[in-house]
Design a protein around this ligand. Structure first.
Ligand code: TXA
Ligand code: MG
Length: 344
């Protein structure tokens, strides 16, 4: 019933399960038997597999169309489980684990041999995260195994923040999606590497860098690095079909956005503006979507708005860039990848 074959397409039938106790147990059984299950976390939906089963892990790459040298984060349901997959835990990593897990942060540590190469893309390190979502924690605990999970989107598409987003991308490719409603954080976890001399930021995300630095001191941020820091950074990301333009924060930002919007509309491209409420007043008569009041609101809504632009047939999205503080850094990172260099 759960993994039935659709005879016409020979695809797996994808079922969306409401996250009842019973369905969480059912999905946990699917995971432990080697199947893929998409599940909610506080950041984005993940596409989970038993991290200790190389055959299941390979299915993730196939379902997403993801390059297999891009390693996966291993999700655990209790901080004690870090020791099961990490060979050692430096002091600062331990502080982050004790203070911020569960939460939207991931630590990269030396791996134990038990973690298959399929998970780490052949690296000798492993990324570990304990999500805050109660549904995710129950699912992982019930499955009895660590669960590796990338975001549950097709590779290069915006990450999914609802079960419907997952369904739109992966229908026919996975047997189950556990529906936990909308994600509260909306961007992926902040990834910190503890395997070099100094802690290094590999990906800005759902936890503010400043908050982590307050606990462990300075974290190295390599900007504009030509070499991809973590394998995931070198790939195109988060792109809707619509062209995305980003107005860098600064002088006459609203004016630049309006000019770009006018130029696009005049050349026949249906265009929508995405900005914080502080700017909406500048765009009378335009199609405008609110990104909320704060950078945190913007992060929570961004991926859903990019997907909506495709659903509603827009050819272009003109987005407000933010200052690099707090969640602004994460929003700017996602915007910059989505726009592929089209800054205005
Ligand atoms: O919030 C999140 O982190 C979500 C949810 C589902 O937990 N997951 C997620 O996974 O964003 P994914 O696969 O889309 O992104 C994982 C990032 C990639 O950029 C990958 O290259 C990096 O983490 N990564 C994973 N393992 C690594 C390792 N051992 N060393 C360096 N980077 C690593
Ligand atoms: Mg991803």
């Amino acid at each position: 019933m759960n993994k039935s074959i659709d005879e016409k397409t020979e695809n797996i039938r994808t079922v969306i399960y409401e996250a009842s106790e019973e369905n969480i147990k059912l999905c946990a059984r699917l995971l432990s038997s080697g199947e893929l299950v998409a599940f909610p976390t506080e950041t984005v939906y993940g596409l989970g597999a038993n991290a200790l089963n190389p055959q299941s892990v390979k299915r993730i790459y196939a379902a997403k169309g993801r390059p297999s040298d891009n390693p996966l984060i291993v999700h655990i349901s209790s901080v004690e489980d870090v020791e099961k997959i990490a060979a050692s835990v430096p002091e600062k990593a331990r502080a982050v684990i004790e203070n911020f897990m569960p939460g939207p942060v991931t630590v990269v540590l030396p791996k134990k041999p038990i973690v298959p190469n399929e998970v780490t893309g052949g690296l000798n390190t492993v990324a570990v995260r304990m999500p805050a979502s109660k549904i995710a924690l129950k699912l992982i605990a019930e499955s009895g195994c660590p669960v590796c999970a990338p975001s549950a989107n097709t590779s290069t598409r915006p990450s999914p923040t609802t079960a419907k987003h997952v369904y739109d991308d992966l229908n026919g490719k996975i047997p189950a999606i556990l529906d936990g409603g909308e994600c509260s954080v909306g961007v992926e976890s902040t990834v910190i590497d503890f395997c070099s001399d100094k802690p290094r930021l590999l990906r800005a995300g759902g936890m503010e860098l400043e908050k982590i630095e307050k606990l462990i001191g300075e974290i190295e941020v390599v900007k504009n690095s030509k070499v991809a820091l973590c394998p995931g950074m070198k790939y195109k990301h988060y792109s809707p079909t619509a062209e995305v333009f980003v107005a860098i924060e600064g002088d006459e930002q609203a004016k630049r956005m309006l000019e770009k919007r006018t130029e696009l509309q005049n050349s026949g491209v249906k265009t929508v503006i995405v900005c914080l409420d502080e700017l909406t007043g500048a765009f009378d008569g335009c199609d405008v979507w609110s990104a909320g009041k704060t950078a945190r609101d913007y992060a929570q809504r961004l991926f859903a708005l990019l997907r909506r632009s495709d659903d509603e047939g827009y050819g272009a999205v003109v987005c407000q860039g933010l200052s690099d503080e707090g969640m602004g850094l994460s929003v700017n990172n996602r915007l910059s990848k989505a726009c592929g260099g089209k800054f205005i």
